[in-house]
Design a protein around this ligand. Structure first.
Ligand code: UDX
Ligand code: ADP
Length: 469
């Protein structure tokens, strides 16, 4: 069997590497119009792969050239395939109807048209990108228009991998979901995954349930984070500890312990996009109450990011102008170089608007990416700020800390969990503040060193002045 995947991004690259790795009998070609991305996937230096995922370099190194190929020749790869995965970007629309809410499907439609034009044999199209419900109907219409509807079967097979743990999620998934209408093509795709995933973990549904399940799963996960973040604010004013509350509720087997980590706010390419998409669908289908319910999950998240930046400004005597603040972490979570919708972008933007000087350290994110992200959220003079020294990317925690008034932890990279508080404290201005947006600081140790520590959801003791309410 020959599989082609259109789109060599965070989903297409790792997913196809895993299929090639687990199924030596299948020839897998990943194509992309982005030449530099494909060149990076083909780089002999495996540390230069465009997607950083622990363990991915090993899998790519083993399969590449054997039954895993990366190419820019999209047309040929479409022509030769038995099965084509569409794994292109589906970001939130930035223009026209549905701006800021609906998913932009222009890349998916382009792929469908390209396939419709080139395909001459019986093939299966697999929707891998997260798409709104009934996208498969659009793909089918494009094929119908050129008389190829019978040749091509469309399946939905949403990807549930989380970045940073992609390899583990792909090799041992909680479930694989396949939606479709044609039993034979469903079975073909099932037989691919069945080479390493137990059959009982491969769920098959109708097309629309599969498409909607992906949006719903992400909405539920994001909702848990917003729920615990809402409680974090209440903890801070009441003297409770959000970590203790999370543990107490998480031991209830009906609630469960995962995804209850209070933070500076969720980021990533999926949560916000998918909830916006869900709310758009609800509005479209005349369900404004349902739309409002899910929208509040995003509003709370926006507030949590804003609240963190405001806390820093307020604490530093209501002004951060020309004060150096060390930012620890820019990626949206640890173990990835992805910054899409990272809380750090918004916290940094708010601090730059207040004229703070930022020294950002992230082990995987480049200065160019930071500049692009800040420009996108309105810091149009980001390049100038770099030239003047008001914005910089540094190479270590020590450089971020030196002469700074405060450190803000925005990503939970492991190296931030074992900071040398004494050494850092020595080099900082006093009072030295530590703002922990990920609850990884040892508060006792840091306070004993002399730091003033703020941690999300950790209330101060209010002593006798505080009355019971
Ligand atoms: C998510 C889904 O988990 C995955 O199934 C889907 O395929 C894509 O979207 P991802 O965005 O890669 O994956 O990462 P995830 O681990 O879900 O984290 C998303 C965001 O929530 C991160 O910013 C993370 O830091 C934050 N988060 C997560 C919390 O703040 N607290 C938590 O308890 C969990
Ligand atoms: P995801 O996180 O969903 O994988 P990415 O943005 O990381 O999203 O990757 C999507 C990839 O799809 C990009 O590298 C983009 O260049 C590629 N792409 C988009 N449209 C096409 C197309 N018509 N043909 C080939 N590649 C495409």
């Amino acid at each position: 069997m020959k599989i082609t995947c259109i789109g060599a991004g965070y989903v297409g690259g790792p997913t196809m590497a895993m299929i090639a790795g687990k199924c030596p009998g299948i020839d897998v070609t990943v194509v992309d119009i982005n030449e530099s991305r494909i060149a990076a996937w083909n780089d002999t230096d495996l540390s230069k792969l465009p997607v950083f995922e622990p363990g991915l370099d090993e899998i790519v190194g083993e399969a590449r050239g054997r039954n895993l190929h990366f190419s820019t020749d999209v047309d040929s790869a479409i022509g030769e395939a038995d099965m084509i995965f569409i794994s292109v970007n589906t970001p939130t629309k930035t223009y026209g109807t549905g701006k800021g809410q609906a998913a932009d499907l222009k890349w998916v439609e382009r792929c469908a048209r390209q396939i419709a034009e080139l395909v001459e044999r019986d093939i299966i199209i697999v929707e891998k990108s997260t798409v709104p419900i009934r996208t498969a109907a659009m793909i089918k219409s494009v094929l119908r228009a050129v008389g190829k509807e019978d040749k091509v079967k469309v399946l939905s097979n949403p990807e549930f991998l989380a970045e940073g743990t992609a390899v583990a999620d792909l090799s041992n998934p909680d479930r694989v979901l396949i939606g479709g209408e044609d039993e034979e093509s469903i079975e073909k795709l099932v037989s691919v995954y069945a080479q390493w995933v137990p059959r009982e973990k491969i769920l098959t549904t109708n097309l629309w349930s599969s498409e909607l399940s992906k949006l719903t799963a992400n909405a539920f996960l994001a909702q848990r984070v917003s729920s615990i973040n809402s409680i974090s604010a209440l903890c801070e004013v009441t003297g409770a500890d959000v970590g203790e509350v999370a543990k107490a509720i998480g031991t209830d087997s009906r609630i469960g312990p995962r995804f209850l980590q209070a933070s500076v706010g969720f980021g990533g390419s999926c949560f916000q996009k998918d909830i916006l998409n869900l709310t758009y669908l609800c509005d479209y289908f005349g369900l404004p109450e349902v739309a409002a319910y899910w929208k509040s999950v995003i509003e709370l998240n926006d507030w949590q990011k804003r609240r963190f930046a405001e806390k820093i400004v307020h604490t530093l005597f209501n002004t951060v102008a020309e004060k150096k603040i060390g930012i620890l972490g820019f990626a949206f979570k640890k173990d990835t170089n992805d910054t899409r919708e990272s809380a750090a972008i918004y916290v940094c933007r708010d601090l730059l608007i207040e004229k703070a000087h930022l020294a950002i350290y992230d082990p995987r994110v480049s200065l160019q990416q930071i500049i692009r992200d800040l420009e996108y959220v309105g810091i149009t003079d980001a390049q100038d700020l770099v030239k003047s020294g008001a914005l910089s990317k540094v190479d270590s925690v020590d450089q971020a800390a030196a002469d700074s008034h405060a450190l803000a932890i925005l990503t939970e990279w492991d190296e931030f969990k074992t900071l040398d508080y004494n050494a850092i404290f020595e080099t900082m201005k006093k009072p030295a503040w530590l703002f922990d947006g990920r609850n990884i600081v040892d508060r006792k140790k840091a306070s004993a060193t002399g730091f003033d520590v703020y941690s999300i959801g950790k209330g101060e003791s209010h002593g006798a002045e505080w009355e019971v309410r």
